[in-house]
Design a protein around this ligand. Structure first.
Ligand code: C5P
Length: 242
């Protein structure tokens, strides 16, 4: 059978095997968090953000590759279980993802998951993996948007004017892990110039269909000190979803 690019059968034909590799880019500086150490190494009640993130994927039967700043490779190896591979990242998120991809072995399904989302439930990973196994080439988790969204035109630094209101029912806030067949992720990154912050965006750009499965509020991303406070309060409450 000849597979049509983008069809489910194309995904199945292109996939070398159904082994899973989870790449965790954790090499960012996390400047917006305002801490003196890189974000992934910030403490969350006795364990680093990175350790908590890795905890969430340990039951998945996946090869795990963590990408950290070059000077913290040794520290990460000490913190993480021995079977978790640790490699040095690059100056941009996408160069870090490619460093992880180089260490991904021959896994046919590759998930890219930001270390900055340390409480992501295992169920979100499973939904992404299942959808790839069902034949899709690129699958991302998303959640409905609660706020009303308006497009604006910036008039000056502190005033904008609404140009249109967007139909939020058709929008999703996208999280990670973002999952791909190996061929789709390699192709998506092939001509990236280093500035992409979203792997699925790279796939879309070259015409790979991207499918959305249900995400989870607990997959929230830590960017600002406020996010860190929220995550610490969730841990305090004991209401973590595994
Ligand atoms: O900066 P931001 O939080 O958007 O980064 C998303 C993820 O990408 C984080 O987990 C961060 O550590 C990672 N990253 C990376 N290498 C970079 C920049 C960001 O691994 N050079």
């Amino acid at each position: 059978m000849t597979a049509t690019p983008g069809s489910a059968s194309a995904a199945q034909d292109d996939r070398v095997n159904s082994q899973v590799c989870v790449i965790i880019p954790a090499a960012g500086s996390g400047t917006r968090l305002g801490e003196s150490i890189p974000k992934a190494f910030v403490d969350l009640h006795g364990r680093t953000i990175l350790e908590r993130c890795v905890d969430q994927v340990l039951d998945l039967d996946a090869h795990v590759v963590v990408v950290v700043p070059a000077d913290l490779v040794g520290r990460a190896r000490l913190l993480l279980p021995p079977h978790v591979e640790v490699v040095a990242g690059g100056a941009h998120r996408s160069t870090s993802v490619r460093a992880g991809l180089a260490a991904a072995g021959d896994a046919g399904i590759i998930l890219v998951h930001d270390a900055a989302r340390p409480l992501t439930p295992a169920g979100v990973f499973r939904r992404v993996i299942d959808a790839i196994r069902a034949g899709h080439r690129a699958v991302i988790p998303g959640i409905p948007v609660a706020d009303t969204l308006k497009q604006i035109e910036q008039l000056d630094t502190d005033l904008a004017r609404v140009t249109t209101t967007v139909d939020r029912d058709l929008l999703r806030a996208i999280q990670t892990p973002q999952g791909f067949t190996r061929e789709a992720l390699v192709a998506a990154h092939a001509d990236d110039e280093g500035l992409a912050t979203d792997d699925a965006g790279l796939a879309e750009r070259i015409g790979i269909p991207v499918h959305v499965v249900e995400g989870h509020p607990m997959a929230m991303k830590i960017t600002t000190p406020w996010d860190l406070r929220v995550i610490r309060q969730i841990l305090d409450s004991g209401e973590v979803v595994t």
